[in-house]
Design a binder for this molecule. Structure first.
Ligand code: NAP
Ligand code: 8YV
Length: 311
């Protein structure tokens, strides 16, 4: 974001890296670079770090940091920060909007009107949220905000996470497949990465069943995308609302051609308001670090506080 770049340039010497200019900048400047500010879309790991011997900190614009190779950063003692909490409500709002748009087929109804079909007859009746049970995959900061919103719609909520959260009023399932059998709507809001890769697979989609709706606002990697396309084409599930994809910004043509999906281009947090706050947190983390005050929002895996400073 321009204001983030401006705020960084006021305090630091900033070099802009993109795949085209990467080699040109890294070769002469690599040994001087002490921080990376990243939007988190491009995978970064040892191949880059090995050329930045003085790298101390990576400030990620976004709460998800699955694009950063964590074993490489921990081996090198590099700090990683993200932007938790400040986007929870925004992403939860978008998720509920995507759920309603998918169930009530709002984009399809919009297209129906614009294309003049209403003059020939009413839009076909849609599925409903009224009879549904929502199974959350992930019940962290954002998952809780989504679950609260859905509960306010008088729709039952249950969840799958590795650990039960006894403080929450919703039923926990330790096993995703069992939960998928018991619900007809899944909302994925877990981190990406190896631990969650393809956890929504063909078997889970079959268990969800022919009335099933999948909403994915987590990461594209969480869902086996070819299995999802096949389940949508065959009627194994009813529909899907997707904010994230396996190979963004490329979206499979097979998905684009389906009428039973609502597709949005990774806009969960994408408002002026929230992206502005996220950007400021990126800047604040870097400023705090270089003032010697430590990172403000280090990710749990980051080597901070240093082992000898821990309680
Ligand atoms: P969080 O507070 O860390 O919550 C993550 C949740 O996932 C926790 O409930 C955790 O519970 C669960 N979980 C983690 N690994 C799991 C696994 N292997 N199996 C089952 N459950 C697992 O994170 P958050 O702030 O809510 O954000 C979640 C993710 O949403 C981000 O990492 C990012 O990928 C995505 N996101 C997307 C957008 C967007 O624009 N679409 C915006 C923001 C965030 P347990 O530890 O008990 O398993
Ligand atoms: C980010 C996201 O805005 O926070 C995350 O994990 O997915 C989004 O909110 C996006 O990745 C940054 O461009």
């Amino acid at each position: 974001m321009p204001q983030v770049v401006q705020a960084l340039e006021e305090r630091f010497e900033v070099h802009h890296l993109d795949p085209q200019s990467c080699a040109g900048i890294i070769t002469p400047l690599g040994p001087e670079i002490r921080a990376i500010a990243t939007h988190g879309h491009d995978a970064i790991g040892e191949a880059l770090f090995s050329r930045l011997p003085r790298l101390e900190i990576i400030a990620n614009f976004g709460v998800g940091y699955d694009s950063i190779d964590l074993s490489a950063v921990s081996e090198r003692g590099i700090i990683v920060t993200n932007t938790p909490q400040v986007l929870d409500d925004e992403v939860a709002d978008l998720t509920v909007g995507l759920l309603l748009a998918t169930v009530r087929r709002l984009p399809q109804a919009d297209r129906y009107l614009r294309e003049g079909h209403w003059l020939r007859g009413p839009f076909p009746l849609s599925p409903t949220l009224r009879t549904r049970t929502v199974g959350m995959i992930g019940m962290g900061r954002i998952g809780r905000k989504i679950a609260r919103r859905i509960s306010a719609f008088d729709v039952p909520v249950v969840y799958h996470a590795r650990g039960a959260k006894p403080e929450l009023p919703w039923r926990h399932y330790g096993d995703l497949l069992t939960m998928a059998r018991d619900v007809d709507t899944l909302i994925a809001i877990v981190p990406g990465g190896a631990g969650t890769r393809h956890m929504v697979n063909a078997e889970v989609l079959r268990a969800l069943g022919p009335e099933g709706i999948l909403i994915n606002v987590a990461r594209g990697s969480v869902v086996d995308e070819p299995a999802l396309i096949s389940a949508l084409q065959s009627g194994t599930i009813l529909g899907a609302g997707l904010d994230v994809f396996a190979d963004e910004p490329r979206v499979p043509q097979a998905l684009v051609e389906l009428d039973n999906v609502v597709l949005v281009p990774h806009v969960g947090s994408a408002t002026h308001h929230t992206r502005g706050i996220m950007g400021q947190l990126v800047v604040d983390n870097l400023v705090s670090w270089f003032q010697g005050k430590g990172p403000i929002t280090p990710v749990p895996e980051t080597p901070w506080p240093k082992p000898h400073q821990r309680a």
